[in-house]
Design a binder for this molecule. Sequence first.
Ligand SMILES: Cc1ncc(COP(=O)(O)O)c(C=O)c1O
Length: 407
Amino acid sequence: MTRDEARARDAADPLRGLRDRFALPEGTIYLDGNSLGALPKTTPARLTQVIEEQWGRDLIAGWNAHGWIDAAARVGARIAPLVGARPREVLVADSTSVNLFKLLAAACTARPDRATILSEPGNFPTDLYMAQGVAGMMVGRRVKTVAFDSLVQAIDDDVAVVLLTHVHYKSGAKRDMAAITAAAHAEGALMLWDLSHSAGAVAVDLNRCGVDLAVGCGYKYLNGGPGAPAFLYVAQALQEVLHSPLSGWMGHAAPFDFGDDYAPAPGIARFQCGTPPILGIAALEEGVAQMEGVDMPALFAKGQALCDLYIALVEERCDGFALASPRDAAWRGSHVSFAHPHAYAICQALIARRVIGDFRAPDVLRMGFAPLYTGFEDVWCAVDMLAAVMEARAWDDPAYRVRAAVT
Ligand SMILES: Cc1ncc(COP(=O)(O)O)c(C=O)c1O
C-alpha cells in the first residue's frame, strides 16, 4: 500500500470521524493506546465541571446531589455492553491489581478443597504477583504456571481458579475464551479473565462464554486517563456466593448504619472496598462514552485491518524483525509485537521522532492500534519512519540505550 492509498482508505472509512473526538498532539503518531488511551476532548470540561460546579459548590452534598455514590455502578453498567455483561455485573473499582486480589481470593475461598491457582508463565506480571500474594496468604494454596499450549490439559480437580489474560499483553495473542472457560468448568474450577487489552479493542462476550470473573484496566482502550480506576465483573449467579476479602465499608449492605460488623451488600456492590475516586470515575465515564453508539464490530474489524497493514508494511520494508504476534487477525488483539535485538533503542529513536510505541523486555517493539483514533495513514507513516531509522541506523546512539523508569 502506498501513502496515497492509505490516505484514501482513511477518507473512505466511515469511522474516521471518531478521531476528532480525541485531543491528539499535532505531528505525533500515537501507537500506544493499548498502554494509555488518548484524551477525549470532552474530558477536561467534564472534570472542570465536577471540580468547580459539584465539589467546589456543593461540597459533601455532591454524594447525593450529583450521584457520586452511584458512579462506580453507573460507569460499570456503561462498560458492561463492551464486554458482553449485564449492567449489574460490572463495577468500577480500585486498580486491576487490587481487583485481581479480590476476585482470586474470593474464588479460592469458594473452592476450599482445591489448592491451585492455575495460570501461564509470562502472563502479565501483576496477575502472577497478585496470585502469589493470595496463595501466600491462604494456607495450603499455590500458584501453578503451565505453558499455554498445555494449560487446558493441566486443569484438574485441584484447580480452584484459572487466571488468564484474554489478549496477551506482549504477543497480542487472543485466547479462546469460550473453550478455555468451558474446560475450567468441566473440572469444577472458576475462570477469571483479565480483559485489560480486550475491553474496547476486541469483541468480548462474557455472558455467552459463561465466564465467572473478569477484571480490566480503565486507562487503555477505555481512555479513562493515567491511573484510571479499573473494572471488575462477577457473573450474576456468583454474586451472592462470593465474598470480597477486602471487606471495606463501601461494600457493606448498609454503610451509613455504621455498625461494627461487616455484612456484604447484595450484588456486585460488595466488591467495592473504600470510597470511590469520583474524579477518576468521571474521566473514565467520558472515555467509555466515546464508544457508545459506535458500530463496534466495524471498529474491531478496523483494528484488525490496521494491525494487518502494519505487519505487511514492516515485513515489506524492514529487515531483521521477527513477528512476535499471531499472523491470523482472528487470534490477535489490537496490538502487534515484533522482536528485534535492538528493540529498546529502536523504540527510543522512534519516540524521538514522535512515533510513539513501546518496548517490552527483553526484545519486543510493541505497537498498539486503537481503532477509535488511529488511521491507515498513521500506520504507513509509522512504518516509513521505522524504515528510515533502520536504514540510517539512527537507533545506534548511546542516548537511546539509557533505560527510562517506564518503558
Ligand atoms: C494484562 C494487564 N493486567 C493488568 C495491568 C495493570 O494493572 P494495574 O492497573 O493494577 O497496574 C496491565 C497493565 O499494562 C496489563 O497489561
